[in-house]
Ligand binder design. Structure first.
Ligand code: AHM
Ligand code: MG
Length: 334
């Protein structure tokens, strides 16, 4: 090796997916459907990542106003992200049911005959932050449709434990993709010159303890007294640092890397908090559990044991290092 040593033996997401499908034994009756679906997911992440990078500059220099003479107003990024995502899932031919934060109703792809998967997504989470250059992301959960189902709402209104894949992409200084098939968590970083996601975090585990809490304290007055007391006491120990980005992917990503506690509890205005079960709480809970952490709601119930009644149902959430979540649980005596 020379001093500019280049590792030529890298693992791309595509090879990783093929190998882990073999390991999981899903290739026994293999149709390769999940692999194809994951390929389309990868494409959507790359496309959205590219679009976000471009659009910041376009907004700043106003290219759209000067070049586009047709009078089209530039599409908002959340709308674009949603379109990119829906089209990628439709074109995969492997998705029967799709839930998007941006769509009030679920989408059934009638043309996808024999498709076996349901995908739920928040195409651009944290979009209110985007003009300030703060990281946003795409959060995704995947379910397999129930046996003998042709694809209905009941294929997604089910326990979090039924998820077969959870992942998120974070569009920051680099684009990261964290993914689990239920056998550990692995992370990839997009190499833009190769156009490939490269394995950079192998079998990731988050620290068991870390004195960081991440919560929107602006909502303090609306919290239940026991939550107010818990946060008050964390402050009194003096060792805790407060970190809150206000973009779930970025706050969870930091929690995975450094450890700590992230929460969006219920408050006076939102009796189930703000985050949605199917495409925010569920996938992040599985990701955190697969890295050795925990995820519960305000009452201390495991997030993945919950079942939504409606596709956009919300849940309060506490997730992160197991020891830090345990502190919360002991506080509410669970
Ligand atoms: P969004 O899906 O409309 O972007 O909202 C979800 C976001 C999360 O990314 C983040 O954790 C939360 O809203 C922040 O909420 P708040 O601004 O109330 O603290
Ligand atoms: Mg969101």
């Amino acid at each position: 090796a020379n001093d500019q040593s280049i590792d030529t033996n890298i693992t791309t997401l595509s090879t990783f997916i093929l190998n882990s499908q073999k390991e999981l034994g899903t290739t026994k009756n293999a149709t390769g459907d999940l692999t194809l679906l994951l390929n389309s997911l990868q494409f959507a992440f790359k496309f959205i990542s590219h679009t976000i990078n471009k659009s910041e500059l376009i907004n700043l220099i106003g290219v759209n106003n000067t070049i586009n003479s047709t009078g089209d107003v530039q599409k908002k990024l959340d709308v674009l992200g949603d379109e990119i995502f829906i089209n990628a899932m439709r074109n995969s031919g492997k998705v029967k049911v799709l839930v998007s934060e941006e769509q009030e109703d679920l989408i059934i792809f009638d043309e996808a005959t024999g498709a076996k998967y349901c995908v739920c997504c928040d195409p651009i989470d944290g979009s209110s932050n985007i003009d300030a250059g703060v990281s946003v992301g795409t959060i995704v959960s995947v379910f397999k449709i129930r046996e003998n189902s042709d694809g209905t709402i009941h294929d997604v209104l089910r326990s979090g434990d039924d998820m077969v894949v959870a992942c998120y992409a974070m569009y920051g200084a680099s684009t990261h993709l964290m993914i689990t098939f239920g056998n550990g968590l692995n992370g990839f970083t997009l190499d833009t010159s190769l156009g490939e996601f490269i394995l950079t975090y192998k079998d990731m585990k988050l620290p068991e303890l870390r004195s960081i809490y991440s919560i929107n304290e602006g909502n303090y007055s609306g919290w239940a007294p026991e939550i107010q007391n818990f946060i008050d006491d964390l402050k009194k120990t003096k060792q805790y640092n407060a970190r809150y980005i206000g973009s779930m992917v970025a706050d969870v990503h930091r929690t995975l890397l450094y450890g700590g506690l992230f929460s969006y509890p219920a408050d006076g205005k939102n009796k189930n908090g703000k985050l949605r079960l199917l495409y925010e709480a569920f996938p992040m809970a599985l990701i955190v559990e697969q890295a050795g952490g925990k995820a519960v709601n305000d009452k201390g119930k495991r997030i993945l044991d919950l079942t939504p009644k409606n596709i956009h149902d919300k849940s309060s959430i506490w997730l992160g290092s197991s020891g830090e979540v345990d502190k919360y649980l002991s506080y509410i005596k669970k």
